[in-house]
Design a protein around this ligand. Structure first.
Ligand SMILES: [Fe+2]
Length: 151
């Protein structure tokens, strides 16, 4: 099931919101890729894009935090590191599934048996990863954007 960006998860900055939307789009695209024949090729292209764009996004987020004198930059950088590690683990699981012949669609097996289940679990982790990133950490910036706008 696709994740839908909503106003409630806006951090109050258009640039960061747009980057979050793109990350969410990538996760949704990866999910679509898994559900069609493009599976392995598309999966690795989009997963690589997710990993590299996450790095860009984290870097830019820190730059923006410096501009607004966000006081928890150090903590946020550590949180980014944890999130990057989590993403790396999820991605390596995805790649294992992507290259494992036994996990390809096999019409003789039910979807939950050979293919769907481990992938679904990874999507749960990915969704949780992005939502946690936005709600737990990035949302702390919201008050500082408000403060800046009020000046
Ligand atoms: Fe973010």
């Amino acid at each position: 099931m696709a994740i839908v960006w909503r106003n409630e998860i806006s951090v109050g900055n258009e640039e960061i919101d747009n980057q979050h939307k793109y990350l969410i789009d990538l996760i949704n695209i990866i999910e679509s890729a898994v559900n069609c024949d493009l599976f392995e090729d598309a999966l690795s292209i989009y997963i690589d894009q997710l990993v590299s764009y996450t790095k860009v996004h984290f870097r830019q987020e820190i730059e923006i935090q410096k501009e607004i004198s966000f006081p928890f930059i150090e903590h946020h950088q550590k949180a980014h590191q944890n999130l990057a590690n989590q993403l790396e683990e999820i991605v390596s699981e995805f790649k294992k599934i992507g290259t494992s012949k036994t996990l390809k669609i096999d019409p003789s097996k039910s979807k939950t048996e050979g293919f769907k289940k481990p992938v679904d679990h990874l999507f749960l982790l990915l969704r949780d990863w992005i939502i946690h990133h936005i709600l737990e950490e990035d949302m702390k910036m919201k008050d500082y954007f408000k403060e800046k706008d009020a000046k």
